[in-house]
Design a protein around this ligand. Structure first.
Ligand code: CP
Ligand code: NVA
Length: 309
């Protein structure tokens, strides 16, 4: 069975730790391994805009000796005349892996079922698991062992980042708190899946409506845009609904004195986070953005090794 990475819980706690260890090694010695030498090609497909994901996969695949093929769906047959499954069968004869940023999770599952090469979720409406590998790597670098740390995600808990924090954080044995208003809570299924994982790892998952209660004593405070890609038409209503969840200096003061602030970017300063927080001393957003490169390279090396074993 081909291993894919479509959601954060497609890997076990041990596997997650292995990938993060490898990411740290590759960060220390960027060109240490070349599993894509040849060069073999990796297809990186975008249905939505991207800066970090596009650059980090392109650079990372090249670092691993491979050749990135960046495809914009708008200029391809995928999503128009051709299904994900047929696209997968065409690509697998020519590429070593498929990385895809898309809308529905179902498309990724269809792509994965249709192919023998690993498929990686580069963000869907439901999850952003590559970002979480980078975030966990960053927390480990700044705060040490992930297990037992309390992380609070404020804002749109139903978005990809909120849901990925639940699954990946629980897998790492962290205490994950999501603070969202009614109508912006994570799916009940994801919450239940995360609770089962947390029970196994000694972590926990908890929903709050009160942002101040959620942030009390936190190690890491995280937020994300209030208007995710695909939600632009709801912008006015979202800005109104989520206003109470903005991360400002007063909110950060309730977390641990040495707490860190994180944001996957792009950010809307003055909406989900104030400039003095995101650009302040507690913010580790630039390390977080850099770590996309190291974490995704480790993921690719690990997936290719699993599937060649
Ligand atoms: N954080 C993130 O995925 O950024 P991009 O949308 O720029 O890829
Ligand atoms: N939740 C955001 C993440 C962007 C990287 C979005 O989906 O637009």
């Amino acid at each position: 069975m081909t291993r894919h990475f479509l959601r954060d819980d497609d890997i076990s706690s041990v596997e997650q730790a292995e990938i993060l260890d490898l990411a740290l090694e590759l960060k220390r010695d960027r060109f240490a391994v070349k599993p894509l030498a040849g060069p073999q090609t990796v297809a990186v497909i975008f249905d939505k805009s991207s800066t970090r994901t596009r650059v980090s996969f392109a650079v990372g695949i090249a670092d691993l000796g491979g050749s990135p093929l960046i495809i914009s769906t708008a200029n391809s047959q995928l999503g128009g005349k051709e299904t994900a499954s047929d696209t997968a069968r065409v690509l697998e004869r020519q590429v070593a892996a498929i990385v895809w940023r898309t809308y529905g999770q179902a498309g990724l599952e269809e792509m994965a079922l249709g192919t023998t090469v690993p498929v990686v979720n580069a963000l869907s409406d439901d999850f952003h698991p590559c970002q979480l590998l980078a975030d966990l790597l960053t927390i480990r670098e700044h705060r040490g062992d992930l297990s037992g740390q309390t992380i609070v995600f404020l804002g749109d808990g139903a978005c990809n980042m909120g849901q990925s924090y639940l699954l990946a954080g629980a897998t790492a044995g962290m205490h994950v708190r999501i603070a969202s208003p009614v109508g912006y809570t994570p799916s009940e299924t994801v919450m239940a899946d995360a609770a089962v994982i947390a029970q196994r790892t000694g972590g926990s998952v908890e929903l709050f409506t009160d942002p101040l209660a959620a942030v009390a004593g936190a190690d890491v405070v995280v937020t994300d845009t209030w208007v995710s890609m695909g939600k632009e038409e709801e912008k006015a209503i979202r800005l109104g609904d989520l206003g109470r969840y903005r991360v400002d200096a007063a909110m950060m003061a309730l977390a641990k004195p040495d707490a860190h602030f994180m944001h996957c970017l792009p950010a809307d300063r003055g909406y989900e986070v104030d400039a003095d927080v995101i650009d302040g001393a507690q913010s580790i957003i630039w390390d977080e953005a850099e770590n996309r490169l190291h974490a995704q390279k480790a993921l690719l090396v690990w997936l290719l090794a699993q599937n060649n074993a």
